[in-house]
Design a protein around this ligand. Structure first.
Ligand SMILES: NC(=O)c1ccc[n+]([C@@H]2O[C@H](COP(=O)([O-])OP(=O)(O)OC[C@H]3O[C@@H](n4cnc5c(N)ncnc54)[C@H](OP(=O)(O)O)[C@@H]3O)[C@@H](O)[C@H]2O)c1
Length: 162
């Protein structure tokens, strides 16, 4: 399993249920990498998608109340149950997509983290662990992503767990 996330320079990822920065290039990359695979997420992240479950992917959603979730998703009641739900899937095509609680619970199970890093800080109430300060993770590759329409520069950084 790999994680994929978009962070600001302080590793903020969200505020009041929404993303902090919008970038078409980042969305496109997320789509390309995850399409046809499995995405694992928390219930709040599912609710942040305007169109509901992500099309063309198996959606595994963690919640304390699996019965309450809409159809079209595999609902599970714990991070461990999410791992069981993806056990038969190709691990290179299983993506941990957030939010904070789910990243914190399952990041240890990930081989790589595909991080889009925006060169800006925004008020945030959800964060991704700072991989630059964690000796378990090292930068494998870094690529300039360009800039958003509002002029925020960003990079695509791949971290690998040692
Ligand atoms: N920048 C990015 O790449 C990115 C990616 C994803 C999300 N985000 C942002 O992150 C924020 C959401 O993060 P979040 O941490 O608040 O929410 P979340 O992780 O998406 O979902 C939290 C919910 O997941 C369920 N859950 C979590 N741990 C559980 C456990 N151990 N057992 C059972 N259920 C569990 C609970 O659902 P129930 O309440 O239903 O029990 C919990 O309320 C939003 O602002 C979103 O936009 C950013």
């Amino acid at each position: 399993m790999n994680a994929i996330v978009a962070v600001c320079s302080d590793w903020g990822i969200g505020y009041q249920g929404a993303l902090l920065v919008h970038s078409k290039a980042d969305m496109h990359r997320f789509m390309e990498l995850t399409m046809g695979g499995t995405v694992v997420m928390g219930r709040r992240t599912l609710e942040s998608f305007p169109g509901g479950p992500l099309k063309g992917r198996k959606n595994v959603v963690i919640t304390h109340d699996p019965e309450a979730l809409p159809g079209g998703v595999v609902s599970v009641d714990s991070p461990v149950a999410a791992l069981e739900a993806v056990a038969a899937d190709d691990p290179n095509r299983v993506w941990l997509i957030g939010g904070e609680s789910v990243y914190r619970a399952l990041l240890d199970q990930c081989t790589r983290a595909y991080v889009t890093k925006f060169d800006v800080e925004r008020p945030a109430d959800a964060f991704f662990p700072n991989l630059d300060e964690d000796p378990a993770w090292q930068v494998e590759s870094a690529e300039n992503g360009g800039a958003t329409t509002k002029g925020t520069h960003f990079s695509f950084i791949t971290y690998v767990r040692q």
